[in-house]
Write a protein that binds this ligand. Sequence first.
Ligand SMILES: [Zn+2]
Length: 76
Amino acid sequence: MELKFCYYCRVDHLRHRMCLFMTRQGPRWRCQESIAGTRVSQAERDAFGQRQSAINQQMKSPLSPYLSRLRHAQPL
Ligand SMILES: [Zn+2]
């Protein structure tokens, strides 16, 4: 059973679960789980960025003062 040191988790994993990953410091072994986890959080970040730019677009719209008044006008 061959083990490789995962630079991401900082523990040894089985070789067949590892991928050689290029970093600024050179090639490093990283487990597939950590790579998949990074991809998910990257997708979440992208979704967040898209939501933020949609909100920003809304704020630039000439209707926005009217919409924000509507949102703040809560029934008593
Ligand atoms: Zn790992």
